[in-house]
Every structure is written in C-alpha cells, then in structure tokens.
Write a protein that binds this ligand. Sequence first.
Ligand code: TTP
Ligand code: MG
Length: 554
Amino acid sequence: MFGRAEGCASSSSRHTPRVILAFDLDCFYASVSVRNDPSLTGLPVGVVQKHLVVTSNYMARGLGVAKMSPVKDAVAGCPQLRLVDGSDLAPFRRAASEVRSAIRQRMPAGTPMEYLGLDEIFIDATDAVAEIALLAPKPPPLQGNMQGDVQDAAHLGAMARGAALAAELRAHVVKETNLTMCAGIGDSKLAAKIATGIHKPDSQTTFISGPKAVEQFLAPKSPRAIPGFGRGYLKRLNECRPDITTVRGLREAFPPGAEAALADALGSSESVAEHLLLACQGIDSSAVVPAGPPKIVSSEDSMRFCKTRGVVREKVLALSREMIGRLVDGVDEHGPRHPGTLQVKFRFTGTGYQPTFRSVSMPLSVSAPTLRNGNPHFSAAYDRAVSDVVKRTLAVLDDNGLQAPPFAFSLLGVGATNFSRSSTARPSLSSSAPFRGDSVLEKRQVEDPTTSCARSQSPRKNEKNVPNGDSVSKRSLEPCMGSDVPASCPVCGKAFSNATANIEINRHLDYCLSGQPSMGLSTRFPKKLGPRKNLTKAKTRHVGSFFTKQEQRR
Ligand code: TTP
Ligand code: MG
C-alpha cells in the first residue's frame, strides 16, 4: 500500500516505481558537538537549550537520557552526563550545510533534494537509479535492512539500486563530515521517511510496499509521522479530538469522504486533508520539492525579562552575530544574495503571543563582497556588519519603547529578507553611508524622528506581505535610500569625502581588494601600483556597479 498515485514518476521512468531516499542524521546536535570537541568522545553527552536536553548521543540514551528531557531529570538519572550548550545554532547549521554539499557532490546535477529542518533530507533518486540500471542491468544485492512485502522483481531491483546509492552516500558523508546518518529507501516520501526510523543509528532500511507494513509501521505512530502533518496540525487536532493520538485513530475517525471534516478540524484546505487521509493508508504521491534559498534568514530568542539596555544590547549583538554568520554560510550553499531589508521582531512581556515586526533598510555592509568565508578581510567585514546591524536594530527598538523604561522584552529577533541576486538594486555606494557605524545615516535614524527609517508604529497601508507572513514596508526604506552622505571603504574603512570623485573611489577599492588596504585617495596613482593595465578598467567603472562587478569577477 505504500505507494504513489499514477503519473508521479519522473519522465524517464514512467513505468517504474519512484525511488525516494530519506536521510536523518544520528543524534544530530550531539554528534556535531562531539565532533567539534573530541574530548567528549566516548562520553554520554546531552545538548541543552534553555532547560531541556534537546538531544543526547546514543550512549546517553542507553543510560536513560531521552530527547527533550528536562535537564534536572537527565542529570538525576545519569550523573555522568556531559552537558553541552546548544543555544548557538551556528555549528549545527554549518554541519547541515557540509552534509548537503557532500551529498550534492555525489548526485547528478538537478536531482531533486528537499530539506526538512536541519538534519533530514529527501532525494528523488528515480532518474539516477534509472541511469544506473542502464549501465548495470543486473540489480545489486539489497544492502542494509528490508521491511515489507516484495511485490515484483522490477520493484525490488529499483529499490536495491536505491539502497546501494544510499549506502554510498552515507559512506561519503562520513568521509567528508565525520557524521553518521540513517537512510530510508521507498517508493514514496512517506515510505522512505518511516523507513529511516526503523533501524537506528548509522543504518539503512528499504521499505517494500504492502498493507501489512502500513499496519505494523505506520498505524501505531503519531500523526506527526506523516510528512506534512506539522506541529500546528497536531496542536489543533489535540484541541478538538484529544482522543486521537495515532495514525490508526485518525484514519478511523476520518474515513475516506471525511476530508471536509478533517480540513475543518485542522484548519487546512480540503486538498491537504485529502493528502493526509491518503497518507494514513500509506498512499503518498507528494513530490520531492527542491529547496530554494530561504526567503528570510533570521535569528531570534525568547526570554523571561529583558529589561535593561545593556542586556538588550548583548542579546541583539548575539542575534546579529548569528544572523550574519548564517548569511555568510548561506553564500556557500546558494551563492551571493543581497538582503535589502532588516526585519526587527520584538514582543514585550505581558502583551500576549503576537510579536511586532518593524522593517528598515539593511546596512550595506551586510552585502560587502569581503563578507565571505575564506576572504582575507572577512574578520573586519564581519565586525563592521555586526556593529551596523546592532546599531540599526537598537535604533528601531529605541523608537519602540527601549528609550522609555520601564520595559521588558520577552522576545527579540533580527532577520534579513527582501533578497536580490544583484546588488544594483541597492543604494549606491556614494549615496549612502553603509560602512561606518557613526555615519550620518545612522545618526539620522537615532536622532531625527522625522527621517528615521525605523519609524512605523503601526502597519502601513502599502506594506506588502513576504511569503512567511511578515510584512515589509517599502515606504519605510525610502529615507535611507536617498540619503546623500559620505561613504567609506568596505575593506579598510577609510572615509570618502563628498568631494571624492567616483573614479578615485573605484581605484581605492581595486587597490584594497588586491590586498593593499592602505591606499590613500590621491588623484595621482602611486607608482608602487605598477602599470595601469593592472587596474581592471577601474577608470570607466561607475561606483554604483561596484558590487556587481566584484561578483562577476569572482
Ligand atoms: P531529530 O532528528 O529528531 O533528533 P536527533 O537527530 O538528535 O536524533 P535521532 O538519531 O533520533 O535522529 O532532531 C534533529 C535535531 O534537532 C536534534 O539533534 C536536536 C534538534 N531538536 C530540537 O532542537 N528540538 C526538538 O524538539 C527536537 C525533536 C530536535
Ligand atoms: Mg536526526
């Protein structure tokens, strides 16, 4: 019964089953923590966020430390448990990115890959397997474990090839990242996902369709086991039908034909309800949807009472560092993108659950070409970007209560959104002051309420929704875009005066980027630079296109 609706196979394999691979990294945060700190090797380890052990390694699990246990209980049950702070997600994000690129290296370009959270990956390997079958018509012996009922030789052959591919990918990921993972192989996302959880850790299972398999492996599980049945749906189901705790219960309460009732209960569309009810029977035709770059890169934290300016500043600093770290890591995965908008999110203690969002223009230093892993000037560019984001965020918070104590924040967040591939849509280097924390623009934001970019006490009429449901105000960006103020060099920080000609600025930037960050702004070019042919057409380039050119050059 685990299967797909007709017509869902990819073009080259319309009459063969889909081959879907699902991967789930083993005790992900704990494995990354141990890998990054070898002194923890061989010890029971728990990763802590707030007061919970969000995950533990398999040694700790053997000693009774379950995922999501309160720290107090975990330590009481396992005194030798080594606790690791997991509040900084950056190392986990980086590790996830390493795993994804290791897998991409081994798969044909264009293979659909979908990411679920940080540590789960789905791959539609149907076409890859069909190509392997052309090269080696005899299927290999099935690697790893197998569950379910064998249907026919062709089905089994396709799954065996998928299993061989999964084994190769797992071995490659271990070699490249030193992290282990489980794999599930099936003819749908649902089958593959369920298969990943059957034999753990560091193992793989092939799931062959069959009604018995549905009853054994899917029916007793929580509805959350169905891909697409998120936490929100589970919460709503618990509210209206607390008696339903399993897929079997859901299937019995909402038999075929009860899609509208389920849609009502979950607050979903009828087509989603239809998909979920089919999935309860083991039928899943959903496609592996390749993950595009995120629409927003954000970092936020909730707290009890954040009520002094110093504490707020520290918190904003940590969040800004994390957000910019993620933007930098994202360049490796998605290529350079330029966030046009800084979104500040906050909530005051005692004001309910809904946070407030404010949008301002993103400091241009966040798009600096030097803000890139491996760049020799990375560290300076990173510090500058963090400092600019902190200042702008504090200016927004000042406008929204930080300057009027007593206040107490219960949530703070910063996000980068409104991305463009090219930086030409951004304010030109000469028309804004993106790289100096004490720029005129920054001062305006803090001091002059009439020109502040951070000023929007209530949602504006021309706000447009970004896909995650947050709002971005176009008008709120305008004062920042048009500011005619001096700028400074993104590499060495040297100030450019208003009188500095564009061509001189370009020369200076070329010189800095070639590794000589101390060049002045004299109108004559210094002899030590050598012949002008080294200047890569700096003479004719307009300052406004600086970032685009740098990008093309890379
Ligand atoms: P999981 O894949 O659920 O757990 P895991 O990888 O730690 O363990 P397993 O071997 O069973 O797959 O989640 C991935 C990471 O996500 C996990 O390491 C910690 C984090 N996490 C949370 O932060 N909050 C949560 O509620 C859960 C379940 C996980
Ligand atoms: Mg996992």
